[in-house]
Design a protein around this ligand. Structure first.
Ligand code: CA
Length: 376
């Protein structure tokens, strides 16, 4: 067995054994040195750490998303005992937001933090790994990815780009967005110029609107100048941070287009393969921790942010009319089916997603949904 393979298999246990062996030799130092495993296990602490770069689609330190990327970077560093160090770059620092996929694919950075629907130009099927209008919630999405075959399909889809994806956060249900005109019927969406990415944008187009994909950092100016009539971003916590309430009249819910958006961290496959297996496990499991932590943070922070928006900034929060929602659901089904028909791969991913959604809805009907109704 090669030494590296042995160490990674022995893992943390060898550190403990090594420490005992060394302590036991203090009486007769000439008789015994540290075991090979102990030497090697101790080596990373004194050897040069692996320096990685993480490029992101978010403004540096942006609440929830940018800080979620920071959290993941720090978790990788902490869990690896400093053997991997990750420097996080905000959008535009090393590469523009929507170029990070290529940057990591080429190996100029090892990690990228974004969301899969930003890469629909590469392959429309990738949007299923971000969010789907009227699709899975955050909990359901994680269930599909981790225990429903979703992760395997996602890895397969990123493989041609030399990338390995990981779920690294979730926003939960988003808001429908900020509008400068009332939405009373589907006709009110006609001619609407709105920032709305992914499949939701395609649905808006189908409703007669003009979807625009802009990075978050440009939304406030675009709304204030009138270049956009409407924009969605994330949820109260994030939308408050961008000050969008100062540039729009109405704040609509629910986020039919993004019911539980998965944020991703993709790693350059070659860089990942070069890691010993214990560090590979650390990277993968740090992402799992970050995935859960972001959702918890959003749920915790949205509460205070909503109170602030409504009570302090007097935001007009409105529910989209039921018939608008119903029409959007019909259009969404059409759009999603068309994307699914686009390629064999899209069909395979869609079938897995659709079958999972159907099954999970039966359970949710008598669990989460029933409970929320019961709670009142
Ligand atoms: Ca959004």
């Amino acid at each position: 067995m090669k030494r590296r393979e042995f160490i990674s298999k022995v893992g943390a246990g060898s550190l403990a054994l090594g420490a005992v062996a060394t302590a036991g030799c203090q009486q007769k130092p000439a008789d015994c040195g540290p075991t090979d495993a102990a030497k090697s296990a101790a080596a990373p602490a004194s050897s040069r750490p692996i320096e990685w770069k993480m490029v992101t689609t978010w403004p540096k330190n942006f609440p929830g998303l940018g800080t979620g990327a920071n959290f993941l970077a720090k978790t990788i560093e902490d869990m690896s005992g400093g053997r991997i160090r990750v420097k996080v770059y905000g959008a535009g620092e090393m590469a523009p937001a929507f170029e990070i996929f290529d940057v990591v694919s080429k190996g100029a950075a090892e990690l990228g933090h974004g969301s899969a629907y930003y890469w629909k130009g590469k392959n429309p099927a990738l949007q299923f790994f971000s969010t789907v209008p009227f699709g899975l919630t955050a909990d359901e999405m994680n269930a599909w990815l981790y225990h429903g075959g979703g992760m395997e399909l996602w890895r397969e889809a990123y493989k041609p780009f030399g990338l390995a994806p990981m779920a690294a956060g979730n926003t939960g249900v988003q808001m429908a967005g900020w509008f400068n005109k009332e939405i009373n019927s589907l006709d009110d969406l006609k001619g609407l110029k709105m920032r709305i990415p992914g499949l939701g944008g395609e649905v808006l187009k189908r409703a007669g609107g003009t979807p625009v994909n802009l990075p978050g950092g440009e939304l406030f100016t675009a709304m204030q100048s009138g270049a956009l009539d409407a924009t969605e971003w994330v949820n109260p916590y994030n939308d408050l941070a961008f000050g969008l309430f100062k540039a729009a009249k109405y704040y609509y819910y629910p986020g039919w287009h993004e019911p539980g958006t998965t944020l991703e961290c993709f790693v350059n496959q070659k860089a990942f393969d070069a890691l010993p297996s214990d560090l590979q496990s650390i990277v993968l499991n740090a992402a799992r921790v970050a995935n859960q932590d972001m959702l918890a943070e959003y749920i915790a922070r949205n509460n205070d942010a909503l109170v602030k928006l409504v009570d302090e900034h007097k935001v007009d929060v409105r529910k989209l009319p039921d018939d608008v929602i119903e029409n959007l659901r019909t259009l969404s089904d059409e759009v999603v089916a068309e994307v699914a028909a686009g390629s064999e791969q899209a069909k395979k991913i869609y079938e897995s997603y659709r079958a999972f959604r159907e099954k999970v809805m039966r359970w949710e009907e008598i669990s989460e949904k029933a409970y929320l109704m019961a709670r009142g």
